[in-house]
Ligand binder design. Structure first.
Ligand SMILES: [Zn+2]
Ligand SMILES: [Zn+2]
Length: 287
């Protein structure tokens, strides 16, 4: 699998000279494998550039998976060129109980009020797959599982297997245990932690929401985001090889993210780095 980060910022896009090093676009991650249709996680503003790239390539289908519908994960959808490209097959997976609910949730953003285009008028062929926690499906070479995360209004994390490679996309989510409890406190995992550890078991790569520092988390415990030490503790318990810190704080400047990256650069089991907009990572040998 090949993973490309098109947007790594949390909550709101942050254009400007202070963020151009790590990137100011909001969440969007592309996963490619074996020349097949790509998987795309979330459609933040990073999806705009991804869309231009995709329509310049020979393929005419893609799988788009939403973690949830907070705006930073949807901003880019109305500007994602494949949906305006006749003949493009856009298959959208959405946390929902039915196809109608899935269509209605995304349709709130494309209803003629918040954007001039309406969902039903899109020239591409757009279809919806509702999914819930603990469900899975197979598309092309990808086997995909979903798990509920700890976020206001709910969010789904996804685990993807293709060939002998495994990755997971876990955003937006707060710790599953209170401060002083669970694995980040050096204790046994609480029940919800045991679930996510099992979900991430043996992943080669995990992309994890670490928007806050520990101190920021203590001030905003109900806001639904994690901190690096917590993601590291979960990934270590799950035997994850590599952790990518993701969904960076809008206020974090390049200098601050450089510092964070430097602070974690020597960590092993898991290896830890910050996700950077424009970065591509290869998992294992390409077939
Ligand atoms: Zn978010
Ligand atoms: Zn959110």
């Amino acid at each position: 699998m090949r993973v490309t980060f098109w947007g790594v910022r949390g909550s709101i896009p942050t254009p400007g000279s202070a963020t151009q090093g790590w990137g100011g676009n909001s969440s969007c991650v592309e996963v490619q494998h074996d020349g097949g249709p790509p998987l795309i996680f979330d459609c933040g503003t990073g999806a705009r550039q991804l869309g231009f790239k995709l329509v310049g390539e020979p393929g005419r289908s893609l799988e788009l998976l939403f973690s949830h519908f907070h705006m930073d994960h949807v901003f880019g959808f109305p500007f994602f060129v494949p949906i305006y490209t006749p003949g493009y097959d856009v298959r959208i997976t959405v946390p929902a109980y039915s196809e109608d609910e899935a269509r209605e949730k995304l349709g709130r953003y494309l209803n003629g009020v918040y954007h001039p285009t309406r969902l039903r008028e899109l020239p591409a062929q757009v279809s919806f797959r509702p999914i819930r926690s603990d469900r899975s499906f197979v598309t092309g070479p990808f086997e995909i599982q979903a798990l509920s995360l700890n976020h206001p209004g709910g969010a789904l994390g996804y685990r993807v297997e293709a060939g002998d490679q495994r990755l997971a996309y876990i955003t937006d989510t707060a710790p599953f245990a209170r401060p002083g409890e669970g694995i980040a406190a050096g204790q046994d995992p609480v029940r919800a932690e045991a679930r996510i550890i099992e979900f991430l078991r043996g992943c080669d790569l995990v992309i994890y929401d670490t928007m806050y520092t520990y101190d920021e988390y203590l001030e905003k415990m109900t806001w639904g985001h994690s901190y690096p030490e917590y993601a590291v503790a979960v990934c270590r318990a799950a035997g994850v090889e590599r952790l990518l810190l993701f969904h960076h704080l809008p206020d974090a400047s390049d200098a601050e993210l450089d510092e964070l990256d430097e602070a974690w650069s020597g960590h092993d089991a898991p290896k830890v780095t910050l996700a950077r907009e424009g970065q591509t990572l290869e998992l294992g040998p390409e077939p």
